[in-house]
Design a protein around this ligand. Structure first.
Ligand code: KIV
Ligand code: ZN
Length: 387
């Protein structure tokens, strides 16, 4: 039996908080439409009370996008909730995402308060949001560092107050995967009424564990994952959408399915990177320039014989035409022959050996061996070849 995992994309809210990544309303609509095509279930479109620009973007995205739920963030503050409800008035399906910090760090230092008072404020914000929309998500900020017993009390109370989704953020990216998984399991086992709501993960990547933590959350009962395209977001970023989608697509034994159309992953990644002026690191899983590039001779030879020797994902599945056999000083004859064949040149073994010797000398001097170099080494002229 398959189990649906809801994909909640916060590229336009948590992702857009990154300095230098700000988008105007038209650009946000462009990204929202791409997310709709990609198949995300929920788009967190902004934090409407934070600025007139964010308010307008939530309004315009609500008009432009029809299929996904549109979500607006608020603090546990009545004014924020009223403004969010107003911004969502054109949404076919609108959700208010409200919440408050629950760790001692937040309770003591941010709010100068105590656990009981925060519990009351948590219930109150959910009840207030319910006056405006049916779908209310509650976030327990810094849940990653919140004591499990207290967290369970908060989660139970907000579900009783009407929360449809409860978000358990590892706001500081501190949890270890087994610790985060155990936290979700604890809630699943100790909260009365837990099955009346969906539990959501929201993991940050400060220690490089955001994806691992989200996966552990899902394996222990969460059925919504909060993500951003390319993993952009505050500090070291959020869980990357493309990683979650491809992990569950690759591991069918989990029974977890998402609605993501994986063939749209690469184009969405490029769009977000270019609009947000945020380059993707070359070795980024799934969407980095080198994610499907093979450069060592042993790997190239293996892939050319059978791509599955070194590839667990077919690049076409994520919208990339083909893998790349990069020619470097580590490449073998098989890779050189393959490139020559693509360029329409077929050499006998003796000639290939000679060209390969020259190729190695050139590759030692020059980092990037391009098609013109290869043709030149083979004694062919590109213009002549195209005539
Ligand atoms: O990281 C976090 O805790 C958040 C919440 C506002 C959901 O982004
Ligand atoms: Zn966050």
């Amino acid at each position: 039996m398959s189990d649906k995992l809801f994909i909640f994309d916060t590229t336009l809210r948590d992702g857009e908080q990154v300095p230098g990544c700000q988008l105007n309303t038209l650009e946000k609509i462009q990204v929202a439409k791409a997310l709709e095509e990609l198949g995300v279930d929920i788009i967190e479109a902004g934090f409407p009370v934070s600025s007139p620009g964010d308010f307008k973007s939530v309004v315009e995205i609500s008009k432009a996008v029809t299929w996904p739920t549109i979500c607006a963030l608020t603090r546990a503050v009545e004014k924020d909730i009223e403004v969010a409800a107003e911004a969502l008035k054109f949404a076919k399906r609108g959700r208010i995402h409200t919440g408050i910090g629950t760790s001692d760090y937040h309770i003591r230092y941010k709010f100068n308060s105590n656990q009981d008072d925060i519990l009351e404020r948590a219930k109150a914000c959910v009840k207030y949001a319910k006056r405006f929309v049916e779908d209310v998500e509650f976030y327990a900020e810094d849940a990653g560092r919140t004591n499990n017993e207290y967290l369970a009390r908060v989660v139970e109370a907000v579900i009783k107050a009407g929360a449809t989704v409860v978000n358990i953020p590892d706001t500081t990216g501190y949890c270890m995967p087994d610790e985060y998984g155990a936290k979700i399991r604890y809630l699943m086992e100790h909260v009365d009424g837990i099955h009346n709501a969906i539990i959501s993960t929201h993991c940050h990547n400060d220690l490089g564990m955001a994806t691992a933590n989200s996966i552990q959350g899902v394996m222990n009962g969460a059925r919504q994952v909060e993500v951003t395209v390319n993993g952009i977001g505050e500090r070291a970023g959020n869980t990357a959408l493309e990683e979650i989608a491809m992990i569950f697509r690759s591991h069918k034994e989990t029974g977890i399915v998402t609605n993501i159309n994986s063939t749209k992953i690469y184009s969405t990644s490029r769009m977000v990177s270019s609009l947000m002026n945020m380059p993707v690191q070359p070795n980024k899983a799934i969407v980095g320039r080198n994610a499907f590039a093979h450069s060592s001779g042993i790997h190239q030879d293996g892939v050319l014989k059978n791509r599955e020797s070194y590839e667990i994902i077919d690049p076409k599945d994520v919208g990339i035409d083909d893998n790349a056999i990069v020619l470097t000083a580590r490449s073998g004859r098989a890779a050189l022959k393959h490139r020559l064949n693509i360029l329409g040149v077929d050499l006998d073994q003796e000639k290939l050996d000679k060209v390969y010797e020259e190729f190695l000398k050139l590759a030692d001097r020059k980092k990037d061996i391009n098609d013109d170099d290869v043709l030149m080494l083979a004694g062919k002229d590109r213009t002549a070849m195209h005539r």
